[in-house]
Design a protein. Sequence first.
Length: 164
Amino acid sequence: MIKTGKVIEAMIEYYGSDLRRINHFLKVFSFAKTIGEAEGLDADSQNLLEVTAIVHDIGIKISEQKYNSSAGRYQELEGPAQAEILLTNLGYEKSFIEKVCYIVGHHHTYNNIDSLPYQILVEADFLVNLYEDGAGAQTVKNSYDRIFRTATGKKLLKKMYFSK
């Protein structure tokens, strides 16, 4: 199994001096790892989750170049091809890469979430984005009600945003 540190190094090289993007994926990775472990994912699912969390926004760079936008739909469109290149170069198997690319290509699509790693990645990304975007209380509540499904994700969001 390839260590996630190698994927992190490759993503830092990919983003270069874009510290905002680097810090974002590191935070999402941290929340995803935490939620996945607490939810009891098996080793393969945990690895899929962690690698996907690291590369989930890989499509932003090319989306900004091609469309002058980092909108989710462009990330989903452009991300899988970029993730495939990066993960192939690191030596990942095709079947694993396909699973990562599926989630990368859908991580801003919140209906029809079809796996626990996909759900956890979405929750981890929300935990980070709510903070980074300065979301208000109503947005946080709506996210809790509409997006969060895991007990751990809900617990973290409540502790972070609803505790006094």
